[in-house]
Design a protein around this ligand. Structure first.
Ligand SMILES: Cc1cc2nc3c(=O)[nH]c(=O)nc-3n(C[C@H](O)[C@H](O)[C@H](O)COP(=O)(O)OP(=O)(O)OC[C@H]3O[C@@H](n4cnc5c(N)ncnc54)[C@H](O)[C@@H]3O)c2cc1C
Length: 385
């Protein structure tokens, strides 16, 4: 296999600064409220506005458009550190940065970038991104929502399902059918602003985990969108979306590493404190070996994630490496959170300790932005070329 890695294994100055900033921010603005948001499925918009003030809602956006202008390396660190505290905040930050904002950054024209990126990068506006439909998740190319040209406008009809920030988002990038079903060039991407007639949010999902990250349906009922809202050219939407997901999968890998680290750190601490049979449970090999497995897998997941980030920074094709990272890291997050609950015993099954939430949140990582099975499909396709 080609050697693609060119990495520095130490945090750079920016990564250190971001990690410190997020730890402080988490103590003050996330930890005190996160269980309440989780319990009541509250999407805390004010937290994202504050993250915007810190430059964390436009991490990859160049400074000329009001963003932080960092690379994927710093972006991974930001998502990992937030997700160590709360997966929901990590997921929403990831969706905003790399899906909606990332799509406009990669494929918007100058006018679109100038109009939307400064608002998104500062979190004055929250962004959503709609690809999935009720009948088409993994098979997104089979979508049924259509846009039909009518003079200078396109008329959109249909709905999108499971959309992060579908209700609270101020703007959405949506991929809809403009050609034949089954044609990968038969779909196009549009920017649709909240308040556009015929565009509304539907049902909000009641979820197992990631409960503070809002997930809703988007509904289009004869929604007229001006042709200036088209991203790139007609017929490029699906191909653009696949490229956006190459980057998005680095986000979900980072989210996974963060959740795994959060669960692991809680398990290590508890194992040293909890006494049974007259000693700390960490002194039992059965527990110590669990921790050793968790630590090894987290390290490997993190390396794969930074490898994908490094390739992205160097503008290399990252399809296979981002799928490696997303697939492996998400499975590690689920295994780690599961074992962390085990280390906590009965207490791990209660809401008095953080691991039950990591356990619930982790599962999204093997599903969102392409399931583990779809990652294996992508990897197999790349290695069998
Ligand atoms: C919390 C949350 C947030 C989300 N946010 C967004 C968002 O912001 N925007 C957006 O567009 N979407 C979003 N999604 C949708 C998400 O990307 C899809 O749920 C995901 O792609 C899977 O699609 P599906 O749920 O329809 O499952 P399906 O595609 O129906 O899959 C069901 C099962 O079949 C398996 N399967 C399907 N095809 C194959 C195959 N060819 N080979 C082997 N196995 C296969 C899958 O792996 C899975 O195990 C979100 C989902 C959730 C839960």
């Amino acid at each position: 296999m080609e050697n693609t890695a060119q990495m520095n294994f130490e945090f750079n100055e920016n990564q250190r600064m971001i990690a410190d900033m997020i730890r402080k921010f988490g103590e003050e603005h996330i930890k005190p409220k996160m269980m309440e948001w989780d319990e009541n499925q509250i999407f805390p918009v004010e937290v994202f506005k504050k993250l915007g003030e810190l430059g964390l809602m436009g991490v990859l956006v160049p400074t000329e458009y009001g963003g932080s202008g960092f690379s994927y390396t710093e972006y991974v660190t930001a998502i990992v550190e937030v997700s160590k505290i709360c997966g929901s905040i990590g997921l929403s930050m990831a969706a905003h940065n790399s899906l909606c904002t990332g799509h406009i950054l990669a494929f918007g024209n100058e006018e679109q970038k100038k109009k939307y990126l400064p608002k998104l990068a500062t979190a004055e506006w929250i962004g959503a991104w709609g690809l999935t439909e009720v009948g088409t998740g993994s098979d997104a190319g089979g979508m049924m929502t259509t846009a039909v040209a009518d003079g200078d406008f396109f008329v959109i009809n249909g709905s999108k399902n499971f959309i992060t920030h579908g209700k609270s988002g101020n703007v959405a990038v949506v991929i809809v059918r403009t050609g034949e079903k089954g044609d990968s060039h038969g779909m196009s991407a549009f920017i649709v602003e909240k308040g556009t007639a015929g565009f509304s949010a539907g049902r909000k999902e009641n979820k197992l985990g990631m409960r503070a990250s809002e997930t809703t349906e988007l509904i289009f009922d004869n929604c007229r969108v001006h042709k200036s809202q088209l991203l790139g050219n007609i017929g490029e939407g699906f191909i653009q979306a696949m490229k956006v997901l190459d980057g998005g999968r680095i986000s979900i890998a980072s989210l996974s590493v963060g959740i795994a680290k959060g669960a692991f750190e809680a398990a290590v601490k508890y194992s040293k404190e909890r006494q049974q049979f007259g000693k700390a449970i960490s002194e039992f090999q059965g527990i110590a070996f669990k921790l050793a497995d968790m630590a090894t897998e987290i390290e490997a997941a993190e390396l794969l994630t930074y490898q994908a980030a490094d390739l992205k920074n160097r503008h290399k094709k990252v399809t296979k490496e981002s799928a490696f990272a997303k697939y492996y890291a998400s499975e590690v997050a689920v295994r780690t959170a599961n074992e962390a609950v085990q280390v906590f015993g009965g207490y791990g099954y209660t809401k008095d300790f953080p691991v039950e939430k990591f356990y619930r949140d982790a599962k999204l990582c093997t599903i969102g932005e392409g399931t583990s099975e779809i990652q294996k499909l992508v990897i197999a396709r790349e290695i069998l070329k």
